[in-house]
Design a protein around this ligand. Structure first.
Ligand SMILES: *Cc1c(COP(=O)(O)O)cnc(C)c1O
Length: 213
């Protein structure tokens, strides 16, 4: 399959899942996760019409994207990986949306940059020791802190524990978003984006299924 074929197929699957859930497919943003992919692979997807891209490391994005963005100024970049506070400046300059805001020190570092990227708060829905994301118990207070800051709160994000059933974790995140009046929901990857769409995803982050047959 060509990159354009894969893009069409993923978009169709998103639209079908949305229709099953009585949702408007236009309310779902497909983020092409381009970490480890070359500029050439990215260009092929841009040529096929893709405009939202996700990266998980600031350094890799800073090496790869300035040239691509100069050629395609309408592309929107999303930071989806762990973000160190000392990379806040570089990240805020490059990314329109940060999906991995998960602690007060990072919030402070982003505010200090003077830039205002959209921010999603990452939640550690599986309460996993090694995973990023704010703990469930700390979420209400952290959301208040973000709301009191100049940064726009655009949604909640989660990476569920590895395993066969991400649905319950997606549903939990959706419930938290409703409870706290947050509209965006960044959930779903190659293996489970249809489930995520049915449970309310506004942003799905798809890498492998877009770049590999
Ligand atoms: C790599 C990555 C993805 C994409 O995963 P695929 O399984 O390749 O679709 C999505 N979200 C995050 C946070 C990632 O790091």
């Amino acid at each position: 399959m060509t990159p354009a074929d894969r893009l069409t197929s993923i978009r169709e699957r998103i639209a079908k899942a949305a229709r099953l859930a009585k949702r408007d497919p236009a309310d779902i943003t497909l983020i092409a996760v381009s970490k480890t992919r070359t500029a050439g692979e990215i260009e092929a997807l841009i040529a096929a019409g893709q405009r939202d891209f996700g990266e998980s490391r600031v350094q890799e994005a800073a090496d790869k994207w300035p040239e691509l963005l100069a050629r395609h100024p309408d592309v929107r970049l999303h930071m989806i990986g762990r973000l160190q506070s000392n990379k806040a400046e570089e990240a805020a300059a490059l990314f329109g949306t940060i999906h991995s805001l998960d602690r007060p020190s990072l919030l402070d570092a982003l505010v200090l940059t003077g830039r205002t990227p959209d921010c999603m708060v990452q939640v550690n829905v599986g309460e996993e020791e090694q995973k990023g994301g704010v703990a469930l118990a700390d979420l209400p207070a952290f959301l208040e802190q973000v709301r009191a800051s100049p940064l726009p709160l655009a949604g909640l994000m989660a990476i569920p524990p590895l395993g066969p059933r991400p649905g319950p974790y997606f549903a939990l995140l959706a419930k938290l978003a409703r409870r706290h009046g947050v509209t965006g929901l960044s959930i779903g990857m190659s293996a489970d984006f249809e489930t995520a769409v049915m449970l309310g995803a506004t942003h799905v982050r798809v890498g492998t299924a877009l770049f590999e047959d």
